[in-house]
Write a protein that binds this ligand. Structure first.
Ligand code: MLT
Length: 260
């Protein structure tokens, strides 16, 4: 599928995959902060932002194929640094597993390698039904919003919360349902972690309640060449909530990678 994406900056390519149910707009601060030294490519995954939202279930593999197609369209054959936040991380694992020669380094942000428990999968199906029945993103937005952000953002940066609320509410119900159902089908990626040989940066917000730091530390510990950075004063959307700290960690990682 042909995705909408932004392609800004000059230098080695870095691909950033957003979380659910967001869009490339969440990377605004990364595009301005990293784009001065790197070429930042940020697609809207299918069902999100300006990309098409077809009927059906969006598996992480289909989303991954869409991203690789976009890279082909951009004539980027060289391995790229691939960053993914939460659902974007699930898609990054699929690209890593199926197109390893396209990946030069990984940035895993506020994400997990394990599959859904049956209870979480059931809950996703109920949410998918609710958004389709009501023809509105609201039920998912209201449920997720307070958990997406850390307490510091909730207490001190209401404007950041409100601007993402607007973004999430614009998400088409078909896209939300397709992604929820696809996430519920995703495989357990833990068995592949020990085989990841590219340098990997793992970021997590210290106030993340969806993929908490303790869980993300285990993820980082299972990848041979990984470095963990805990982002202060941030929750599940660490690079959006504390872009200064996240961008420093990302830039340091990119520089170390390209100095090799
Ligand atoms: C996300 O931020 O992308 C979601 O929390 C992913 C999920 O629901 O597993």
């Amino acid at each position: 599928m042909r995705l909408a994406y932004s392609d800004e900056g000059n230098g080695r390519p870095v691909v950033l995959l957003h979380g659910f149910p967001l869009s490339r707009a969440m990377w605004h601060e990364q595009i301005s902060g990293i784009g001065s030294s790197y070429r930042v490519i940020a697609p809207d995954l299918r069902g999100h932002g300006d990309s098409p939202a077809p009927d059906g279930v969006y598996t992480m593999d289909e989303m991954a194929d869409d991203v690789v197609e976009s890279l082909d369209e951009l004539n980027i054959a060289e391995p790229t640094v691939l960053g993914g936040l939460s659902m974007g991380g699930y898609v990054a694992f699929s690209i890593m597993a199926r197109y390893p020669n396209r990946v030069r380094g990984l940035i895993l942000m506020d994400t997990r390698a394990s599959a859904d428990t049956p209870e979480v999968a059931r809950d996703r199906e109920a949410s998918a039904q609710a958004v389709l029945d009501g023809d509105s993103a609201r039920p998912v937005v209201e449920k997720m919003l307070p958990r997406l952000f850390g307490r510091t953002t909730l207490e001190e940066h209401a404007e950041r919360v409100e601007s993402l609320r607007g973004l999430m509410e614009q998400s088409p119900p078909r896209g939300i349902a397709g992604a929820l159902r696809g996430m519920a089908l995703r495989p357990d990626r833990r068995p592949m972690l020990a085989q990841i040989s590219v340098p990997t940066l793992v970021l997590v917000g210290e106030e993340d309640v969806i993929t908490p730091p303790d869980e993300v530390k285990v993820l980082a510990g299972a990848i041979p060449n990984a470095r963990l950075v805990v982002i202060p004063k941030a929750g599940h959307l660490a690079p959006y909530e504390n872009p200064g700290a996240a961008n420093s960690a990302i830039l340091e990682f990119l520089q170390s990678l390209h100095a090799r």
